[in-house]
Design a protein around this ligand. Structure first.
Ligand code: NAI
Length: 208
């Protein structure tokens, strides 16, 4: 499949297409028209056609989209056709909640290690994963093929830990600490801030 330069806005929408297609597959639907997909997803059919045309269309006039094929192709674009090993830094409330969420694995994101600098937490388990000391982080990264590091530590600690991860070869950081990390251009940081989502709700309430 030929790939053109895809806008960030389209990439951002792809996981949602993927989720809907997975649901359609669970309903044993073989194909779907862009109109029906549009009705279900609450976006216009022309938006769907435009988005998917970025990747060569996938659809056929008068047939619509083949659900399994489209899901598979979007999965490939999102890199879901292979697994990604990840670690979690910070075994506090959030780190443990993330580590305990087994469904990331269904999508190929495998938690391989949890790290913390609090000696009281070392050796504690989340599912079958033991919390280990930050002292062994670099060695662990040398020995294991880790693609993604999750930061669930206080914001004051996040920049230094991110730099250490970068120096050890990590290029993808899933950042929950409320700080904008400064890393070289080949590092990719995805920030997740629940509070910003709540602020959007608050804005809507205020307007209403
Ligand atoms: P917590 O205090 O329960 O856990 C933080 C953990 O990080 C502790 O176990 C602590 O020992 C460990 N830690 C501190 N410095 C460290 C370092 N240098 N290296 C390794 N481990 C270190 O806090 P909680 O509630 O789990 O939150 C963690 C972070 O995530 C905070 O920055 C918090 O603001 C943020 N957070 C972000 C959310 C979001 O939506 N982005 C939602 C909830 C929390």
């Amino acid at each position: 499949m030929e790939e053109r330069q895809i806008s960030a806005a389209v990439i951002k929408r792809l996981p949602r297409y993927y989720r809907y297609l997975a649901e359609l597959q669970n309903e044993d639907l073989e194909r779907i028209s862009s109109e029906e997909l549009s009705r279900r997803m609450g976006v216009t059919a022309s938006q769907i056609r435009q988005d998917l045309n970025n990747f060569g269309g996938f659809g056929q006039q008068g047939y619509g989209y083949n659900v399994e094929y489209l899901k598979e192709e979007i999965g490939k674009i999102l890199g879901l056709d292979h697994t990604h090993n990840m670690i979690i830094i910070g075994a506090g409330n959030l780190g443990r909640a993330l580590a305990g969420y087994a469904k990331f694995e269904n999508r190929g994101f495998i938690v391989k290690g949890i790290f913390d600098n609090n000696p009281e937490l070392i050796g504690k388990k989340v599912r079958d994963i033991k919390v280990v000391s930050m002292g062994v982080l670099d060695h662990f990264l040398e020995e294991n093929d880790i693609a993604i590091a999750t930061l669930a530590i206080p914001k004051e600690e996040a920049q230094a830990v991110a730099e250490r991860l970068y120096a050890a070869g990590i290029r993808a950081i899933w950042n929950f600490a409320h700080v904008d990390l400064k890393l070289p251009g080949d590092a990719y940081v995805e920030n997740v801030h629940l509070i910003e989502s709540l602020m959007q709700l608050s804005y809507r309430l205020n307007k209403g």
